[in-house]
Design a protein around this ligand. Structure first.
Ligand SMILES: Nc1ncnc2c1ncn2[C@@H]1O[C@H](COP(=O)(O)OP(=O)(O)OP(=O)(O)O)[C@@H](O)[C@H]1O
Ligand SMILES: [Mg+2]
Length: 171
């Protein structure tokens, strides 16, 4: 796992390269460790880039007692953990308005941690403040991923600072 040092002094963005799924889980775990109730993480990335993999790690970091899966037909899954986890996989959402019927506000502004795959499907419903993650494939290396974290709002800047400091101590 490699942190991009040039971004050390930019509080809003952080980039990490992982070289296999285990490293992505490890990174997720570190993030999960420092999340609090009310936090919302939007995870972008093409099909099969590793969104669920990262979320698995986040759930481990939050001491989830249940395994994260990518369900074929359920849009929301809830896992019990140190803080309840609400896992949205919006891939099969046809229209953004469909989210209204799911009582999304109870989740986004509730007592748990919300993790969203395919957040762009509900752009207009997302809160302004969130942690935006993008996962990119490296077409030269099947097992490498570039993972960028972008903080929108002070709370998420803090999270990134802590996440960075964990990485820099380690390296
Ligand atoms: N560095 C890496 N990080 C994460 N996953 C990786 C990595 N290298 C290879 N992989 C593989 O990529 C796949 C990622 O699958 P995953 O279900 O997490 O993706 P996803 O983005 O959630 O897909 P979907 O769009 O279907 O929801 C897994 O098969 C995993 O083994
Ligand atoms: Mg997935």
């Amino acid at each position: 796992m490699k942190s991009i040092l040039s971004e050390k002094y930019n509080n809003n963005i952080y980039t990490v390269i992982t070289n296999n799924p285990e490293e992505t889980i490890e990174l997720g775990k570190k993030l999960g460790n420092i999340l609090n109730k009310g936090d919302l993480i939007a995870v972008n990335g093409e099909l099969g880039t590793g969104k669920t993999c990262l979320i698995k790690g986040i759930a481990i970091g939050l001491e989830s007692r249940e395994e994260v899966t990518s369900p074929s037909f359920s849009i929301i899954k809830e896992y019990s953990a140190k803080i309840p986890i609400f896992h949205f996989d919006l891939y099969r959402l046809n229209r953004s308005e469909e989210i209204e019927g799911l009582g999304y506000e109870e989740y986004f502004y509730g007592e748990g941690v919300t993790l969203i795959e395919w957040p762009d499907k509900i752009k207009n419903y997302l809160p302004e403040k969130l942690l935006l993650i993008n996962i990119f494939m490296d077409y030269d290396n099947l097992f490498s991923r570039k993972i960028t974290f972008e903080a929108k709002g002070e709370r998420y800047k803090k999270i990134l600072e802590v996440l960075k400091s964990i990485e820099y101590i380690r390296n």
